[in-house]
Design a protein around this ligand. Structure first.
Ligand code: ADP
Ligand code: MG
Length: 689
């Protein structure tokens, strides 16, 4: 019998080698393995005879359209048949395999393309399960499963889990290992069933229930650590507290603060006067001006002889904040720290405003900041391990200020995060208008590019700039190399189109727009160079992955084009849209969407709503309405939050978690160890690619 905490090595079928490759993917315990959830499920539940299959009308073979939300593909027919004959041949680069299969009732043709593994599998005279789509009377690209293999009934005749590649394991082997682990799991309560439902569900509803259970446990976990933080926190004193009220009037700001900025600054100052360390979260939509709200109190501390640290998601952003803040607060010392820069001894003698990425955390011991500011913090409950360790060692604590654009309603925040005090910026700086947003039909995309060129070529006191966000193929693979490929491809395509447009508009070489591509796999120095070129107006079109969502500030950008917009959550789109018009200039957001069939109508409607709605919170709600229960399955979906199983928008689950927490605040979530591990092992730069 296995326990969740047992090493995966105990599972039959997992040897030392496999254990090592699993470990390299952070899968060490049985629990880790069981939480390696299917990407989707294929419905191979009803096994039909060939005669029955042939009797299906064209309509019936389409059955139900695949349910994107539940990630269950029901567009399958499955039959159990013997291979009568088969062959394969090449047609150019295409490998084509054909087989005739037979059962007691009839014969059926099967066709595969580029499946080089078939020849190891198909044996004339042997019986297999074939699952595939029926097209023109042939079974296309069928998966082939040995009949004898499936004593446990895990590969066919049911909802079958499909996983992403793991440690070189084939789907079948992975299923077997999981079935073995679940079968011998000895666990009190209902967890055995939950895992069975996650991997080998008897129906779709069971998947939903099981995933809801994980979501609930995750929220519960957050509530628990929040309560824990609070208890710890209340015991400690701040390193430094401000003695007197600070004047903000005599600061020379390039703009007038909004009322909500002033209010937030007051709240922060009030915290800084107390002897207990501050732990505050500043929530504000993109462009609401969070940076200055944090920087004003930070400035006051530095003037009082203290060090402060501002931690941001990317190096580029660090550099930008550094330049911007230095220009505003001229009489204090600033330092930009990168992972490879040594802390300058001379500089440490002078109180300093340090700005850097997470690598700053390694230097906390030396810097001893009185205030740590976390920008674009998305894991509210969870501190970075290094910060946590540092804080644990300190008798006196620095004040903590986290900032986020994640649109979480206040009531929800309060119900989960009891350890945080909240400040909301619910007002945009006056001069700032949200970008005018258009959904561009496929047929008009080239026209839109032409419009873009014309806009960018308009002579003015400065050059206009545009960002083009590239399609990312798989929303769950933020940071994957696919994104890079997509950026490169996009760049080439746009360059080609631009050439045509220049010819058409008769624009000579000298005037043509400078264009560059930015993605996280580029050398960091190159990334910074590109951003600096954008700053210096040497580049007018920046083709980029969604890394600019939180990672870069381009105050001059006027226009953003988002390709494959339907792939993004509305909150992400909103973040991206907030990247343009940051100086109050007229700005535009153009959504290109590859969804253009009837089937995609809901996603079109969603994007249309987005064009009209400018409020980040409302957009998050629309996201919820449209995805409904599906949202909880989006455990890895891109977007603002870094929850793994739950979603901020699922208030039902949050309510349930609250009740459970009240009932028994001390009962630990079984996900605790797992979530601790993954929450602290990820680094923000890859997470926001
Ligand atoms: P975010 O909340 O997204 O981090 P920033 O702090 O980067 O927003 O501010 C966005 C832009 O708005 C910056 O260029 C900043 O200088 C400017 N800004 C901030 N506050 C105001 C204000 N009260 N009036 C005008 N511009 C402001
Ligand atoms: Mg910001």
């Amino acid at each position: 019998m296995y326990q969740l905490q047992d090493s995966v090595l105990v599972v039959k079928g997992i040897g030392k080698n496999l254990q090592d490759s699993l470990a390299s993917q952070n899968i060490e315990q049985i629990l880790d393995l069981l939480l390696y959830l299917p990407l989707r499920y294929e419905d191979r539940s009803s096994i039909k005879t060939i005669q029955e299959i042939k009797g299906l009308s064209q309509e019936e073979t389409k059955i139900v359209k695949s349910d994107e939300n539940q990630k269950v593909n029901t567009n399958f027919v499955t039959t159990k048949a013997k291979v009568l004959k088969w062959n394969e041949y090449r047609k150019g680069r295409l490998l084509i395999s054909r087989a005739t299969i037979i059962d007691e009732t009839d014969q059926l043709n099967c066709i595969w393309f580029n499946n080089k593994f078939l020849k190891n599998k198909l044996i004339v005279g042997q019986e297999f399960f074939f699952s595939g789509n029926l097209k023109d009377g042939s079974l296309m690209q069928a998966t082939v499963e040995k009949v004898a293999d499936d004593a446990e009934n895990i590969h066919t005749g049911r909802l079958v889990p499909i996983y992403s590649q793991l440690a070189g394991l084939k789907q079948g082997s992975l299923r077997r290992v999981l079935a073995e682990a679940i079968g011998k799991l000895h666990q009190s309560g209902d967890l055995e069933q939950v895992f069975r439902d996650l991997h080998f569900p008897s129906d779709i509803d069971r998947i939903i229930l099981a995933r809801e259970r994980l979501a609930l446990e995750e929220i519960l976990y957050l509530m628990q650590i929040s309560a824990e933080h609070k208890r710890e926190h209340q015991k400690k004193n701040a390193i430094f507290s401000l003695a007197e009220t600070q004047e903000t009037q005599n600061l020379e700001l390039p703009f007038e603060l909004t009322t909500s900025q002033e209010k937030a600054i007051k709240e922060i100052f009030a915290d800084l006067h107390k002897s207990a360390p501050m732990n505050r979260l500043l929530v504000g939509d993109v462009g609401s001006g969070k940076t200055i709200v944090a920087a004003i109190p930070a400035n006051a501390l530095v003037k009082n002889g203290q060090n402060v640290c501002l931690i941001v998601p990317t190096k580029i952003l660090a550099k930008q904040h550094y330049n911007n803040l230095k220009a505003i607060f001229k009489d204090i010392n600033f330092a930009l720290l990168s992972s490879d820069s040594k802390l300058d001894q001379a500089a440490t003698e002078q109180s300093t405003f340090y700005i850097g990425t997470h690598s700053l955390l390694k230097q906390l011991e030396k810097i001893k900041p009185s205030l740590v500011i976390y920008d674009e913090q998305q894991r509210f409950g969870v501190k970075h391990r290094q910060l946590e360790e540092y804080l644990d060692q300190q008798k006196k604590q620095p004040h903590l200020l986290s900032m986020t654009a994640t649109p979480i309603p206040r009531s929800l925040m309060l119900s989960i995060f009891s350890h945080l005090d909240l400040s909301y910026l619910d007002q945009m700086p006056n001069s700032r208008k949200m970008a005018t947003t258009w959904l561009i039909p496929k047929a008009k995309e080239l026209k839109a590019l032409e419009w873009l060129v014309k806009e960018l070529l308009v002579e003015g006191d400065r050059k206009k700039q545009a960002i083009i966000i590239c399609p990312f193929i798989n929303p769950s693979s933020y940071g994957a190399t696919e994104n890079v490929a997509a950026v490169k491809e996009s760049l080439e395509f746009i360059k080609k189109e631009l050439k045509k447009i220049y010819q058409k508009l008769d624009i000579d070489d000298k005037k043509q727009l400078k264009i560059a591509a930015l993605h996280s796999k580029l050398d960091k120095k190159k990334q910074i160079k590109i951003i600096e070129d954008v700053y210096a107006e040497k580049i007018q079109i920046l083709v980029s992955t969604p890394m600019v969502e939180v990672g870069v500030d381009l105050p001059n950008a006027d226009i953003i084009i988002i390709q494959s917009a339907e792939r993004f959550g509305l909150s992400s789109l909103h973040q991206l849209r907030g990247r343009v018009g940051r100086q109050g200039q007229e700005s535009y957001c153009l959504l290109f969407s590859s969804a253009n069939t009837k089937q995609d109508q809901t996603s079109q409607e969603r994007l249309q709503k987005f064009c009209k709605e400018k409020d980040g919170l409302k957009l998050a709600q629309i996201d919820l309405e449209n995805r409904g229960a599906g949202d909880i399955l989006g455990y890895k979906q891109s977007g603002l939050n870094n929850l793994h199983f739950a979603s901020w928008t699922n208030s039902e689950i949050i309510k349930k978690a609250q009740e459970k927490f009240k009932e028994n605040p001390n009962q630990e979530s079984f996900l605790k160890a797992y979530l601790e591990k993954i929450n602290t092992s990820g680094n923000i730069e890859t997470a926001t690619n």
